[in-house]
Design a protein around this ligand. Structure first.
Ligand code: P5A
Length: 463
């Protein structure tokens, strides 16, 4: 993309009403525009990051064999009356009446709808296990929408639902989801710690929230600091292996880590004092096992091996896709702006032309642009007739991990400058070497996607 042809409405001034850094930076970098309280338009740069996050979520879900689909945003009230949640959900639910006087609602979550789909089409235990998921807009009329996309009223969520014959099988689905979530967040450059939590309006006793530690986080958390040293890393997990998934859950949940709703002083006191931490965190996901809470009242049964009908065991699993943009920025920024992790960056590399109109400089920039594109990369070329200082400030603000600076002086010696946004370190090298280096960096990230999925056309239609 050439910046002269892009739509990047960066703000010079810091918006006065944005209280936390991620909200300020998203507004300043021209990523979002508030339309009304808790409802945002996603401007091109923000939209690109949102889609990148979504892509990683899809890849990791499909790696585990979970099946993508799409349910509508508007739901009929009847389904919620069947489960008993229509009244329970309270004022957070946006209720709508259509022209025929029928009660509808803007979905805050989809347990009822997926249970309805399941009961219409699945009748035998032989069709289990099954996990369906979608990524769709939700609406919750939050009392205090704030911090930009962090607590929106309209927000984008991945929600997945598992159907299993037995409690044990459903607990394996729970553990499997925990592993997929750990992988997902790590690919986004985040450490999200699973913590015991409260199940709230979704239900069930078994639930973990995933928290990214941040001073601006809305959740109060208590944990054993040694948990911060545990990473999933590059290990390959066999998602069908019950013991292996259970092992990861045990590893990540045996140290004390709880949100304030489930925190118990007496148990926390057993953690050696030097490891005890109380902090704040951003909840970027939550997984639930709730047994037959929905399947029983809604009649979602299958014929078991003995021919008798049994209600299926279910769980649901959510990732705050739009909230993740805020969480990533809270975790990765400096005084000059955002620092995108390579996995989610809106453009792979910036190209700054220090002397627009100079034939050699323009030509070198064009070569860089074309060669990077040939490697399947998307550079953002600042080809505007602007001062160098302004171009650097924009690049730093929007946070591309790599910048190539091209000027007549360097070109005389046959070099351009490759700079890391994160470390600020620069290296001089030829145009060819710069292209090769950037391509090599991102080749690593492509390798993280499942090779079979990346090669199927079907996969690309989801994003
Ligand atoms: C799990 C999926 C559920 O709704 N039903 C389907 C379950 N869980 S949850 O914890 O309530 O939400 C899942 C994740 O969505 C994000 N989230 C939000 N993001 C932005 N603004 C909001 N108002 C908001 N509410 C929830 C969180 O990341 C949460 O973990």
């Amino acid at each position: 993309m050439r910046l002269s042809r892009y739509f990047l409405p960066v703000l010079k001034e810091t918006p006065a009403d944005a209280q936390i850094v991620s909200h300020r930076l998203m507004l300043r970098a021209g990523m979002i525009k508030q339309q009304t309280a808790g409802i945002y338009s996603w401007l091109p740069l923000g939209f690109k990051v949102l889609k990148n996050i979504e892509r990683i979520v899809h890849e990791e879900q499909q790696r585990a064999g979970h099946i993508p689909m799409l349910m509508p945003t508007i739901q009929p009230a009847e389904l919620w009356q069947e489960s008993g949640r229509y009244n329970d959900y309270g004022r957070e639910m946006l209720r709508i009446e259509d022209r025929h006087g029928r009660d509808m609602l803007f979905g805050p979550t989809n347990e009822e709808m997926i249970t309805d789909i399941f009961r219409s089409h699945v009748s035998s235990y032989k069709d289990l296990p099954l996990t369906l998921y979608h990524i769709q807009w939700k609406f919750r009329d939050e009392v205090r929408p704030r911090f930009g996309v962090m607590r929106g009223r309209e927000f984008y969520m991945k929600d997945g639902y598992n159907f299993d014959l037995t409690e044990d099988a459903a607990l394996h689905a729970y553990n499997r989801h925990l592993v997929t979530y750990l992988r997902t967040y790590e690919r986004m450059g985040l450490q999200a710690i699973p913590m015991r939590a409260d199940s709230g309006a979704i239900g069930g006793d078994n639930t973990h929230e995933f928290l990214v530690l941040a001073e601006t986080g809305e959740s109060e958390v208590f944990y054993d600091a040694r948990i911060e040293d545990i990473r999933l890393g590059g290990r390959e997990i066999d998602y069908d292996n019950v013991d292996e998934c259970r092992g990861v859950l045990d590893e990540f949940t045996s140290l004390y880590a709880r949100t304030d709703e489930t925190h118990e002083d007496a148990i926390f006191a057993e953690v050696p004092e030097q490891h005890r931490r109380s902090a704040r965190g951003i909840e970027v996901g939550q997984i639930f096992y709730f047994g037959t809470k929905y399947s029983e009242p809604m009649g979602a049964t299958v014929q078991g091996p003995d021919g008798k009908p049994v209600p299926v065991h279910m769980g649901s699993h959510g990732i705050g896709v739009s909230r993740l943009l805020g969480a990533i920025i809270e975790a990765s920024h400096d005084d000059n702006g955002i620092i995108w992790p390579e996995g989610v960056t809106p453009f792979h590399c910036g190209i700054v032309n220090l002397k627009q109109g100079d034939a050699d400089t323009d030509a070198a920039c064009e070569t860089l642009y074309v060669e990077l594109c040939k490697h399947g990369l998307e550079p953002l070329y600042d080809d505007r007739d602007e001062r160098a200082g302004g171009k650097f400030a924009t690049m730093d603000l929007i946070g591309l991990p790599w910048r190539i600076t091209v000027g007549p002086r360097g070109l005389k010696n046959g070099v351009v400058e490759l700079t890391s946004r994160k470390t600020g370190e620069s290296e001089e090298m030829s145009v060819e070497a710069a292209v090769a280096k950037v391509a090599e960096i991102y080749a690593l990230h492509k390798g993280l996607a499942h090779p079979e999925m990346m090669s199927t056309r079907a996969f690309h239609t989801y994003i």
